[in-house]
Design a protein around this ligand. Structure first.
Ligand SMILES: Cc1ncc(COP(=O)(O)O)c(C=O)c1O
Length: 350
């Protein structure tokens, strides 16, 4: 398939029907966002940067600053440097070697903060970012947590799903900034007001009113703060998986489906597979699979790491427990998200 630029190579990712097992009734389709040049966030970076250039917020040649050590950093690095901007990435010593080398090879300037500040590494990174924004007047910060162009980037993903399937009945996606789940859901709801929107989070993330567990090992999904781009009113149901369950499901995904992915894809797989057993035939369930497994070869894909962290991959729970929303959970559980009036208003609009 011919693409004229690396930016045009973002999007149009494969949608693969998973084989599942004989308990499945509905079909599960994996939207392989990991097949973007770097990962799912290439889409958000493209939309945010192109819009900032169009609106004049980002002048030609002005620098772009981002605090991230994951998929968003790679997306910003790809799009920003391709368009001739200097890209500064603020990160901390926990960054994995693979991402670091990729960022360097694209020509980014990398700032590694040396010590934590009042609220750990996250606040230390944001403080450094603020210093850089002062040092470089005219610099642009994509702000994925509250920039509306993060969720808007996924309208195209939703259109790709509709072009391939015609109808989506259930959407299953992990939540960090909220961009991918909420942006895709908002667009799909226009064609199917009955769409069931299922959020996947980690135990110990605060996004859906759970207490924070800072030591959780899963990355990508989950957060210690609630990003404004998370629109709870769009979400029907949330599932939380703990580290053992998420990593086990990710290993299962590789072994059974031959999809070598990160742990957010593994959790999405577990939830979509379970839903496929409890729906009517002909139900189209779509899961969004954000990144490849490469970054995790020295963590949960490595047996020595699992031993060190006492990750028990045989501790897989194949069935979640239904709990009332706001029950504190420690293993795979799910709840109906009811945010009162806001939820009812959104439902009425569907
Ligand atoms: C690997 C991975 N999975 C899932 C997510 C969550 O996506 P979103 O920020 O769109 O909610 C992210 C976000 O950074 C991620 O990097």
């Amino acid at each position: 398939m011919l693409r004229s630029t690396m930016i045009d190579a973002i999007g149009q990712t494969p949608l693969v029907k998973l084989r599942l097992d004989d308990k499945a009734v509905g079909s599960v389709y994996a939207k392989l966002e990991m097949m973007n040049p770097f990962g799912m966030k290439d889409r958000a970076a493209k939309q945010i940067i192109l819009e900032a250039k169009r609106s004049g917020v980002l002048a030609d040649g002005a620098p772009i600053m981002e605090s991230s050590s994951g998929t968003m950093a790679m997306g910003v690095a790809l799009v920003g440097t391709y368009l001739g901007h200097e890209v500064h990435i603020v990160t901390d010593p926990r960054i994995d070697r693979l991402t670091l080398r990729k960022l360097e090879s694209l020509g980014c300037r990398i700032h590694i903060v040396e010590r934590m500040s009042s609220q750990g590494w996250q606040s230390a990174r944001l403080e450094r970012l603020q210093e850089l924004l002062k040092e470089y007047p005219g610099a642009f910060w994509p702000r994925q947590y509250d920039n509306p162009h993060n969720p808007l980037a996924y309208a195209q993903l939703a259109d790709e799903l509709l072009a391939d399937l015609g109808r989506v009945d259930v959407l299953v996606a992990s939540v960090g900034s909220g961009g991918s789940l909420c942006g895709t859901a908002r667009h799909l709801l226009r064609t199917n007001p009955e769409l069931r929107v299922v959020a996947v989070d980690s135990v110990g993330s605060v996004i859906f009113d759970q207490p924070d567990i800072p030591g959780r090992l899963q990355s990508g999904l989950g957060n210690s703060l609630v990003a404004p781009n998370v629109d709870h009113a769009l979400v029907d149901e949330v599932h939380w998986l703990n580290d053992h369950e998420a990593f086990s499901a990710t290993l299962d995904l590789a072994r059974h489906e031959k999809v070598f992915a990160g742990n957010s894809s593994g959790s999405v797989y577990a939830v979509a597979r379970w839903i496929s057993r409890h729906v009517q035939p002909e139900t189209n369930i779509v899961g969004i699979f954000p990144d490849r497994g490469d970054r995790y070869v020295y963590t949960f894909y490595d047996e020595a790491y699992r031993r060190e962290k006492q990750i028990n991959i045989s501790e897989t729970t194949n069935e979640p427990t239904k709990v009332p929303y706001q029950t504190v959970v420690s293993s795979w559980s799910y709840a109906t998200v009811k945010k009162g009036e806001r939820h009812e208003q959104a439902a009425a609009l569907r």
